[in-house]
Design a protein around this ligand. Structure first.
Ligand code: RTP
Ligand code: MG
Length: 141
């Protein structure tokens, strides 16, 4: 399997619950390396641009409102099959449907406040990584 990069966000609910380290630990135990990271508070323009694919969806306004409600941790994860591996660690979008032991099953409250974001394809990963990070900010080992 190819070494990939994927964009991960610890969302405001999980930052507020003080579980950044517990979530990072899941990545590390699964063999993913954190090769870039920063804490930011997004404004509406930044969050809306990030989720532009959902602009016409009924939940878009709530999604942008939630993602700007507090600080987030944004990180680039690198490893073999990183995109799919991260999606498996996250679990289903709705935490009620997420498999036991996944990040969303363990830390998320609702489909809106669902603890983490992860890129859903290598194409979106490339766009999303460059949305937040310059190449000089990424530090592969
Ligand atoms: P994410 O992009 O945040 O990693 O989540 P995802 O791929 O699992 O889900 P996606 O379909 O991309 O939706 C983005 C976020 O919008 C919220 N959402 N709400 N009320 C709803 O039906 C609904 N559907 C999606 C979720 O917070 C989801 O994470
Ligand atoms: Mg998505």
């Amino acid at each position: 399997m190819a070494v990939e990069r994927t964009l991960s966000i610890v969302k405001p609910d999980a930052v507020g619950k003080n579980v950044i380290g517990e979530i990072y630990s899941r990545f590390e135990k699964a063999g993913l390396q954190i090769v870039a990271a920063k804490m930011i508070k997004m404004d509406e323009e930044m969050a809306g641009g990030f989720y532009a694919e959902h602009k016409e969806r009924p939940f878009f306004k709530d999604l942008v409102g939630f993602m700007t409600s507090g600080p987030v941790m944004v990180q680039v994860l690198e490893g073999e099959g990183a995109v799919l591996k991260n999606r498996e660690l996250m679990g289903a979008t709705n935490p009620q449907e997420a498999d036991a032991g996944t990040i969303r099953a363990d830390f998320a409250e609702s489909i809106d406040a669902n603890a983490v974001h992860g890129s859903d394809s290598t194409e979106s990963a490339a766009r999303e990584v460059s949305y937040f990070f310059n190449e000089e900010e990424i530090c592969p080992r």
